[in-house]
Design a protein around this ligand. Structure first.
Ligand code: AMP
Ligand code: FE
Ligand code: FE
Ligand code: ZN
Length: 275
């Protein structure tokens, strides 16, 4: 079984519309694909009645969170699976997050323009096309204007990686955990040790999340080194957490192909049983 539990569609910052993503998943010989867009369930909501026969769709989300045990808070991503997308408190919090993304996107464009970098909010909004605005949409505008040559360059420290990176008003991770569980979902901490993406939380935070009901840890992720995978795997074993893997596919906004990282079928079954 080929199970990829972490992918993005154009409903957030991936480039394939959800229906195309499902076709690509069939081509990549996946048996199970989770669509885990940032702060929205709109992607899988539109295709859940039209899933190809040879594949199972796991409805998911990647929730933008922060851990306030450090100053300033550390941002982290929580994957939620099988949530009820109509649960009102969850709907309200996601709406707030998307609004915060729009405001931050506008401010980022203003910051760039103040330095003479000629991109416009209209352009970024057109690229996002109604999706929650993320740095990849701004990066795509920079690439289109020829101001950088690749998306990786757009994420360099002197661009969106640091200099023009504005923090978002993300959800406290314990609040998000609770919201997802109340909405009937299970939770997996996405790329918990990926230090190349920024600051990571100490193991103690993971111990606290496990105590608060976290279901699993994403061990196999493209941004994890072999050492980081081994560490997170050990931690999952010690805490009795499910071990998952996923490609974090973003279409042409990233270079990693669908199915590049997979979840073992026994672990997937544990996740299903935890619902
Ligand atoms: P944001 O959520 O707006 O802070 O943007 C972060 C998103 O940018 C994450 O979802 C990543 O998938 C994406 N990202 C981070 N680094 C890169 C990169 N080097 N190339 C493309 N996308 C990236
Ligand atoms: Fe993303
Ligand atoms: Fe993530
Ligand atoms: Zn992701």
């Amino acid at each position: 079984m080929r199970i990829d539990l972490h992918t993005h569609s154009a409903a957030s910052d991936g480039t394939l519309p959800p229906s195309r993503l499902l076709e690509a998943a069939v081509q990549a010989r996946l048996d199970v694909i989770a669509i885990t867009d940032h702060d929205t369930t709109a992607g899988w909501d539109t295709v859940r009645e039209a899933v190809p026969d040879d594949i199972a769709l796991v409805p998911g989300i990647e929730f933008s969170c922060q851990w306030t045990g450090a100053t300033p808070p550390i941002s982290l991503h929580l994957l939620g699976y099988f949530i009820d997308p109509t649960y009102p408190p969850l709907v309200a919090e996601l709406e707030r997050l998307r609004q915060a993304r729009t405001e931050r996107g506008r401010r980022t464009v203003e910051l760039l323009r103040a330095d003479g970098i000629d991109i416009t909010w209209d352009e970024v909004a057109r690229i996002a096309a109604g999706a929650p605005v993320g740095r990849p949409h701004i990066g795509a505008a920079l690439v289109r204007r020829g101001l950088v040559s690749t998306m990786d360059e757009a994420f360099a420290p002197h661009w969106l990686g640091e200099r023009y990176r504005i923090p978002k008003a993300d959800t406290d991770v314990f609040v998000a955990l609770d919201l997802i569980h109340r909405a009937g979902g299970v939770t997996v901490f996405a790329h918990p040790a990926a230090s190349r993406r920024g600051r990571i939380v100490p193991d103690q935070a993971i111990v606290e999340l496990a105590a608060a009901g976290l279901t699993g840890l994403e061990v196999d992720h493209p941004d994890h080194t072999p050492e980081q995978r081994a560490h997170v795997r050990d931690l999952a074993r010690a805490l009795g957490l499910v071990v998952t893997g996923g490609s974090d596919f973003h279409g042409t906004h990233k270079t990693v192909p669908l199915g590049a990282e997979l979840t073992a079928v026994e672990e997937y079954e544990r996740l299903l049983a935890a619902r």
